[in-house]
Ligand binder design. Structure first.
Ligand code: SAM
Ligand code: SF4
Length: 344
């Protein structure tokens, strides 16, 4: 039973922005550029991949540019993050970023990537307008990397990280998911590596978003466990930096200034501060990563909807956002799409 329904009796105020019935305002747009990927991380995809979207189903670059314009100029979106699947696989990525950077007011632009091929593309992405980047890296061990991602590409990822830093994509963040019995002894080595290279490390609790439905709460490495492991080698103190809507709780490492973050979506949900809205590669709007409903914008757009009609559909979608994700409630059901198709 879903309990956190939209606030009862609330009436949407007359505002152009993406407000929900609990008063949260979405200003951070996550855009999935493709559901395809060149890795097969075990916790994200089966070895054979998934039933990818077909070409005509995916928004064209022009359609995407139109929706980005609506989001920024009509709906108050200030931050755009490109993700996927693997966003570096999207044709015309540099132009998509440049078009986003040309919007007024210019949004901050970031990307979450597995880093494959980033080494030769980081400069051009920066020149196009990319401000910041998150690179996913779960292990520093070549064999384990093959075990987790089913591809032998650790060297590419590390080279991509270095190139991102050289290109000035600051701060370079690293996302890591720890899996019990696989890489859960790497919290300390990953942090050491990131400190040495000037990367900002964020651990993410594993979430029930895999298509195999293999997530097991008992197997999940919790934020508390991650912190315990880090404390065996580092002194951690709560960061004085304002958290705002950021999902990561941050700790200063050995007094700072370097810090480490933990995104405890499961054990310490941060839904009450959520400022996100999401667009899938095929033009579906989602008001939550865990939402079980979507609003199709591609159909109306191709049928001739005006910008204001599309903006209104977006506003209505966000107004209906639930209070929280309910992973910890009895009867929780995973969203119908996996993480890689929603956009992580
Ligand atoms: N392919 C890109 C990448 O790996 O960074 C972008 C998409 S990926 C879905 C975005 C992030 O989600 C990655 O950091 C990945 O580790 C994380 N992720 C994937 N499945 C997850 C899950 N079930 N729980 C927590 N994080 C997950
Ligand atoms: Fe691909 Fe990212 Fe999923 Fe790994 S986590 S399979 S890199 S989409």
């Amino acid at each position: 039973m879903r309990r956190s329904t939209p606030a009862e009796g609330a009436t949407r105020p007359d505002t152009p922005y993406l407000i929900d019935s609990f008063g949260r305002v979405a200003t951070d747009l996550r855009v999935s550029l493709t559901d395809r990927c060149n890795l097969r991380c075990t916790y994200c995809m089966p070895a054979e991949g998934l039933d990818w979207l077909s070409g005509p189903d995916v928004l064209t670059n022009a359609e995407l540019a139109r929706l980005l314009d609506i989001a920024v100029t009509r709906l108050g979106v200030t931050d755009v993050r490109f993700t996927g699947g693997e966003p570096l696989l999207r044709k015309g990525l540099d132009e998509i970023i440049a078009g986003t950077a040309a919007l007024h007011p210019r949004p901050r632009i970031s990307m979450t990537t597995n880093g494959i091929g980033l080494a030769r593309r980081a400069e051009a992405l920066r020149a196009a307008g990319l401000d910041r980047i998150n690179v996913s890296l779960d292990t520093l061990d070549k064999e384990r990397f093959v075990g987790i991602t089913r591809r032998d590409r650790l060297a590419d990822v590390l080279a991509g990280l270095a190139a991102a830093r050289s290109a000035g994509l600051a701060p370079v963040k690293v996302n890591a998911v720890l899996l019990r019995g696989v890489n859960d002894d790497e919290a300390v080595p990953l942090l050491r590596y990131c400190l040495e290279h000037g990367y900002h490390l964020r651990f993410i609790e594993q979430m029930p978003l895999d298509p195999q439905h293999g997530w097991d709460r008992a197997q999940m490495i919790t934020a508390e466990e991650i912190l315990d492991r880090l404390r065996t080698a580092f002194d951690l103190t709560p960061s004085p930096a304002r958290r705002g809507a950021a999902p990561a709780e941050r700790w200063l490492v050995d007094g700072g200034p370097a810090d480490v973050g933990v995104i405890a979506s499961v054990t310490r949900p941060f839904c009450q501060a959520c400022d996100r809205t999401r667009l899938t590669a095929d033009g579906a709007l989602r008001n939550c990563l865990f939402s079980r409903t979507e609003t199709d914008l591609r159909g109306p757009m191709r049928a001739g909807a005006t910008d204001e009609e599309l903006a209104d559909a977006w506003r209505a979608t966000m107004w209906a956002k639930l209070a929280g994700h309910e992973i910890n409630e009895a009867g929780f059901a995973q969203p119908l799409r996996p993480m890689s198709a929603i956009g992580g």
